[in-house]
Ligand binder design. Structure first.
Ligand code: NAD
Ligand code: UGA
Length: 454
């Protein structure tokens, strides 16, 4: 029987649920979309003029759709929306488990399971349940088992429709995706969801696979991307000691059409809520199935990332301790154009410096200082403060760390800044973004990740 989706509910109003549902509502005026979350402050923010997620273009999409065919409601009011839905997306986190079997690697499915229970309790008739969250392969089995307990005899199809958007470019990625992936067992359900995306995505970009392939493809895609970053970061260290330039090497590599130019930017290490979590999930899956060597391979991608952050932090701390012990940190977000700092390299690097007794002057265009405070550990009481302006942050600093590639940092006027910093100031550019010629001409020495001139 042909199915049509006219009513969508989405559980989880985070970095994925909010923007994804806003774009679906925008591109599908014939579909009603309700986003539900347990976090009432987050829902209130989605209903306000100050959205909880910063993404270029998101404000406009929400302005066009909210109150038309898009609404954000707290979970306690969500039962009717789930009952009326033809399709319910699950877009909550599945973080790394912190306790129990698989702790430190396996995914914690408790939030996803809570959503499945909520759907089982409230759904009526036939409902397509869609995994939007990134899940370990075969997670759909768990969801199906829970849905089978539905007290109202609900009938369900479970699909895997992982999201590939990257933060900072989420709206562009959603509006013009490289591909949309739909994995499922029931062709009618797969086609019903494909029809939603067909409002704006060409059919050849809508890939249909089995459930397990879809679940695994998402983990594998993130692991491949992370592996490229770790590969170029491994080369960056070799460049620094041999006199080679990692951006030149990356250009040569990227112009090989078999390799391609993307994700070859050396950095202070990758961050974000997903690469580490998804790599560890893949490692756990390999170990679970007795695949020791593949597990070690994917673990090494994560280990190299930890090493890259650590060596940068150690270099900066050594310099800071000899040069006044005051460090300016420019950039706290895990990449530019987002307010998200989950797993940001800045967290580990700041905590390393604080543990070494170095005091910090922090600056970021978008990150909420109050929230960032909560991830800092200042046992030595070295102290840290936040500044709105770069000029204020660098005042009297002997070391300046650039940890996020915000455009602002590319255009800094070092002749002006050098009058504010300590006299022996040095910049540690973890993003290859600053004008290092300008900095050196202004008397500020530089370390640029992957640069053999360091
Ligand atoms: P998030 O933490 O920003 O949002 C998750 C939301 O779910 C939170 O607002 C939380 O309050 C809510 N929630 C948790 N349990 C709930 C429950 N039982 N009922 C109702 N609400 C509940 O997470 P995110 O970054 O949007 O990621 C969600 C999923 O998407 C993850 O699996 C992630 O791996 C995947 N993903 C994320 C990105 C990204 O760029 N952030 C990209 C692709 C895929
Ligand atoms: C990543 C993937 O790119 C998305 O496809 C995926 O949907 C998402 O994870 C997810 O599942 O959460 P995201 O983490 O938002 O997206 O951002 P990326 O652009 O992938 O950057 C991740 C980290 O790698 C950032 O810290 C970034 O600065 C770093 N990076 C990226 C580099 O250091 N060098 C590069 O060349 C590229």
């Amino acid at each position: 029987m042909k199915r049509r989706i006219l009513n969508i509910a989405c559980i989880g109003a985070g970095y994925v649920g909010g923007p994804t549902m806003a774009v679906i509502a925008d591109r599908c005026p014939d579909i009603s979309v309700t986003v539900i979350d347990l976090n009432e402050a987050r829902i209130a923010a989605w209903n306000s003029g100050s959205l909880p997620v910063y993404e270029p273009g998101l404000d406009d999409v929400v302005r066009r759709t909210r109150g038309r065919n898009l609404r954000f409601i707290p979970q306690r009011d969500g039962a009717a929306a789930v009952a009326a839905a033809d399709a319910v997306f699950i877009s909550v986190t599945a973080p790394t488990k912190t306790q129990g079997s698989g702790a430190g690697k396996a995914s914690d499915l408790s939030y996803v399971e809570a959503c499945a229970r909520y759907i089982a309790e409230h759904a009526t008739g036939h409902t397509i349940v869609i995994e939007k969250s990134t899940m370990p392969v075969r997670a759909a089995d768990t969801i199906k088992r829970i849905l089978a307990t539905s007290p109202h005899g609900g009938i369900f199809d479970v699909l895997s429709n992982p999201e590939f958007l990257a933060e900072g470019t989420a709206i562009r990625d959603l509006e013009k995706p490289d591909r949309v992936l739909i994995g499922g067992e029931a062709p009618e359900a797969v086609e019903a969801l494909a029809e939603v995306y067909a409002h704006w995505v060409p059919d050849q970009a809508i890939l249909r696979t089995g459930l397990w392939s879809a679940e695994l493809s998402k983990l594998a895609a993130n692991a491949f991307l992370a592996q490229r970053v770790s590969s170029i970061n491994a080369i960056s260290a070799l460049c620094e000691v041999t006199g080679a330039q990692v951006d030149e090497v990356a250009k040569v590599l990227g112009s090989d059409s078999r390799i391609g130019p993307k994700f070859l930017k050396a950095s202070v290490g990758f961050g974000g809520s997903c690469f580490k979590k998804d790599l560890l999930s893949l490692v756990y899956l390999c170990e679970f199935y007795g695949l020791t060597e593949p597990a070690a391979y994917w673990q090494s991608v994560q280990d190299l990332n930890e090493w890259q952050k650590r060596r940068f932090a150690q270099m900066a701390a050594a310099h800071a301790k000899k040069n006044g012990g005051v460090v300016a940190v420019l950039g706290l977000a895990f990449k530019k154009n987002t307010n998200d700092f989950r797993e940001s390299p800045a967290i580990d690097i700041c905590n390393h410096l604080l543990a070494e007794g170095v005091s910090l002057r922090l600056q970021d265009e978008r990150v909420d200082p109050k929230a960032f405070c909560e991830v800092l550990v200042d046992e030595t009481e070295a102290g840290f403060s936040f500044f709105r302006d770069v000029e204020e942050a660098v005042r009297d600093a002997g070391s300046i760390l650039v940890l996020t590639e915000w455009d602002l940092y590319a255009n800094l006027d070092w002749s002006k800044l050098s009058c504010l910093t300590a006299s022996s100031a040095m910049v540690f550019d973890g993003r290859m973004i600053i004008d290092h010629t300008g900095a050196r001409e202004a008397g500020v020495s530089t370390f640029v990740v992957g640069s053999g001139n360091a």
